[in-house]
Design a binder for this molecule. Structure first.
Ligand code: IFM
Length: 447
């Protein structure tokens, strides 16, 4: 065993999102979100689970900060629920919503924990969806107005801002597969994706105007693709997957243009992004930070009969998590190196990485999660390798601080390093929490 030290100042954190942990969906003037509506629609979420009570973090946030302190966390990435701040999506601001996050931020700072705020982690106000959701260009402008309100209130203390979490998910799962709210199947997904990116660009401008000294960026989820074989057809298929998943977001943000090969392919399918005048310039606003969410890779085989893009997923031999996602840490290293080489973001943070396993409380009252400990250790080594190769990776946030509402999977998938016993809301740090505390305390990982 050797010890791999991380650079001084490397930031260690954990991440969550509002709808997944807060509960209190009807309290203190919060408006309805698309996820409240989606959960209330029979058959959409496993076991009929809803955002109530989730981890009841809205009431237990002080205890949760104490938990973070006990774990030695240096940073906490959380999201703000837009419907708490502007219940109808645009217009009247709800002071109680702002007050909640104000108290949370102060509590974190008192504990010496740096807040990283995501402005949009999927809980669009239902009223905006009633007016077209992300298919309506106006939603992008409403998002920038909301960003302005929040950053004006918190920007004096919060120095790291993420506009969107995983726009691919909002667009594709929300408007193509229908697995996520608002549950539209085979809709104009490129329209949704374009308005999300436009909203991001407009929000970056709003953040900079409201608080010029902050670091701002976006978080993308990546699916690095390996071809199932060396054949030209499989390579081309893997490249299409890369275009669909990764480049469709990276290229506009860092090159101010959608990838030409994908534009052509989508045009053949009758789809194109609804570009207007200045959109690409707005979307490509310079960023301080790129957030990287990584869980697994994809192995892609050409299959003209499969899906809209003519490829299928292989399931190689290997280790898989409870989500059915392959454990493949080297793809994280390669992804970080590729992002640095091809897009050169000023700074990168792993804003999510982690794994779901079917954890249970042992007879001695503890939660042993050796698979997760191994998953985290191997991915941290991948991060370390990427840093050694010159990638400006500045921090790592484990997903997630605690078990929570895993979207269409309800509470059936546990990603936390802290176990949540939902009936009692008891928090039990898992072995992986102790592992992370050690990593953070020593600023190193054993390899
Ligand atoms: O729980 C989600 C999170 O909200 C966004 N990224 C992936 C996680 C695991 O599926």
């Amino acid at each position: 065993m050797t010890t791999r030290p991380f650079p001084d100042g490397f930031l260690w954190g954990a991440a969550t999102a509002a709808f997944q942990i807060e509960g209190a969906t009807r309290e203190d003037g919060r408006g309805e979100s698309i996820w409240d509506r989606f959960c209330a629609t029979p058959g959409r979420v496993l076991n009929g689970d809803t955002g109530e009570p989730a981890c009841d973090h809205y009431h237990r946030w002080r205890d949760d900060i104490a938990l973070m302190t006990a774990l030695g966390l240096q940073a906490y990435r959380f999201s703000i629920a837009w419907p708490r701040i502007i219940p109808q999506g645009r217009g009247a601001v709800n002071p109680a919503g702002l007050d909640f996050y104000d108290r949370l931020v102060d509590g974190l700072l008192e504990a010496g924990i740096r807040p990283f705020i995501t402005l949009y982690h999927w809980d669009l106000p239902q009223a905006l969806d009633d007016a077209g959701g992300w298919l309506a260009r106006d939603t992008a402008y409403a998002f920038a107005d909301y960003a302005d309100v929040v950053v004006r209130r918190l920007g004096d203390r919060v120095k790291h801002w993420i506009t969107l979490n995983e726009p691919w998910c909002s667009a594709v799962l929300g408007y193509w597969t229908g697995e996520h709210a608002p549950g539209i199947r085979e809709g104009p997904v490129l329209t949704a994706a374009h308005h999300l990116l436009l909203g991001h660009g407009l929000a970056i401008a709003a953040i900079r105007a409201a608080s010029p000294d902050v670091q701002a960026g976006i978080t993308l989820n990546f699916s690095p693709a390996d071809p199932a074989s060396d054949s030209d057809a499989d390579r081309a298929a893997a490249w299409r997957h890369d275009g669909f998943f990764n480049r469709w977001y990276l290229d506009p943000l860092y090159r101010s243009a959608y990838p030409a090969d994908m534009l052509e392919l989508y045009a053949q399918m009758g789809q194109s992004p609804p570009l207007q005048n200045d959109d690409m310039r707005i979307i490509a606003a310079p960023l301080d930070v790129l957030g990287v969410n990584y869980y697994s890779r994809a192995v892609i085989r050409d299959d003209p009969q499969a899906g809209a893009l003519g490829y299928a997923y292989e399931r190689p031999e290997g280790e898989y998590t409870h989500m059915g996602w392959e454990v493949h840490p080297d793809s994280l290293r390669r992804l970080l190196e590729r992002l640095h080489r091809e897009y050169a973001p000023a700074a990168l943070y792993v804003t999510e990485n982690g794994a779901a396993y079917p954890d249970a409380i042992a007879p001695d009252g503890s939660v042993h999660d050796p698979d997760r400990v191994r998953y985290l250790a191997r991915h941290l080594i991948a991060c370390h390798d990427a840093i050694a190769a010159g990638v400006p990776l500045r921090g790592y946030f484990v997903w997630s601080l605690m078990d929570n509402f895993e979207w269409a999977w309800g509470y059936s998938r546990r990603f936390g390093i802290v176990y949540v016993d939902y009936p009692t809301q008891r928090r039990i740090p898992k072995d992986s929490a102790r592992f992370m505390r050690h990593v953070i305390g020593s600023n190193s990982v054993a390899a």
